[in-house]
Design a protein around this ligand. Structure first.
Ligand code: ZN
Ligand code: ZN
Length: 342
């Protein structure tokens, strides 16, 4: 009998993704094997495919927005059983032993493993994940719909619900891309007066259709001044990929306002200290969320009809999906489908 194999796109460094057949391996104790049905393409996949993340060993399969069904479970796994619909997000499993873990602060585990960096991810027909990394996927969400909510979704969801903003207050979302178009929907449905900031007049209709109450064209006006005219924002969520654009947004915050950074970029952000001192404003970061927080984001999305706008491609065209994301052409999240009917 031929050895059972599965197909995967593995990164080998330098931007290359190669299609390989890999032998199917049984899950180790505490691990679960997942038959992947869909996987979102996230900008952070760049750190695996192009390189740049310290400690990434090649070959490595990228992809941390995976959804599928449990295929096999390793010894000692009690919570999950074959056939269950599950997802795997960015955080691949906490150590359970470090001071953060002992406090129950699993996002900040100092030995945190990352899907697609330390463990193979979802650009594949099969993947192995820690039982602690798995997300229960509601049956009423399609796999391709659920996929991007596991990174882009939970990140913007947590950015808002962990912020200082209270219902009715002004919240501004900078950027209307993969993260921003979700953040606007979440902000609206969480009960905030929602302003969307993007470049050019063309994005206005999109912003309003996503639920924004105000649209700020950053090419036509200074966003900080406009936010002050609107009364000052309690929170600005910065979702753009260029941190150089974040600092000036501080000026749009009201007293005790918070700039929440979720857009990942390598260059530094610059801040005028006076913008922090006067108004006692602060800056915070959000690193996706734990599996149970992803479940919160999925359930909220179902409750309030929040969805990512996605473009899907079949598994064989995964490199094309990655290239489209990299070229900033995705409208708005690319999803690779292994089983388009799921
Ligand atoms: Zn991501
Ligand atoms: Zn830990």
């Amino acid at each position: 009998m031929a050895m059972a194999t599965y197909r995967a796109f593995q990164a080998v460094g330098g931007g290359k993704l190669e299609l390989v057949d890999r032998p199917l391996e049984p899950p180790a104790p505490g691990m679960v094997r997942v038959a992947v049905e869909a996987c979102g393409v996230c900008h952070t996949d760049v750190l695996t495919v192009e390189g740049g993340f310290p400690g990434v060993n090649y070959p490595r399969v990228p992809g941390h927005e995976a959804v599928g069904r449990v295929d096999a479970v390793g010894e000692g796994v009690a919570r999950w059983s074959p056939g269950q619909r599950v997802g795997v997000g960015f955080l691949a499993g906490r150590c359970g032993k470090c001071p953060s873990c002992r406090r129950g602060d699993f996002v900040n585990c100092t030995n945190q493993l990352i899907t697609g960096i330390h463990l193979d991810g979802g650009y594949a027909e099969m993947m192995l994940a820690s039982e602690h990394a798995l997300v229960a996927i509601p049956e009423s969400l399609h796999s391709a719909e659920a996929a991007p909510l596991q990174c882009a979704g939970v990140t913007t969801f947590n950015a808002l619900r962990k912020s200082v903003a209270r219902p009715g207050e002004l919240v501004a979302i900078q950027g209307l891309g993969g993260l921003g178009h979700l953040a606007v929907q979440f902000a609206r449905h969480m009960g905030f007066r929602t302003a969307a900031i993007a470049r050019g007049p063309d994005k206005r209709d999109l912003a309003l259709s996503l639920g924004a109450h105000h649209y700020v064209d950053s090419e036509a006006e200074d966003p900080a001044r406009r936010l002050r005219e609107l009364g000052g924002a309690s929170v600005v969520v910065a979702t753009a990929a260029n941190p150089g654009t974040f600092g000036p947004l501080l000026g749009g915050l009201g007293p005790n306002g918070q700039l929440v950074v979720v857009g990942a970029g390598l260059e530094p952000m610059q801040v005028k200290v006076a913008d922090l001192l006067f108004g006692e404003r602060s800056i915070a970061g959000i690193n996706t969320g734990t599996p149970v927080e992803i479940e919160d984001a999925l359930n909220f999305s179902l409750l309030q009809d929040v969805r990512a706008m996605i473009e899907t491609v079949p598994f064989e065209r995964a490199p094309e999906a990655y290239a489209r994301m990299l070229a900033n052409k995705a409208r708005f999240r690319m999803v690779i489908e292994m089983r388009p009917d799921s």
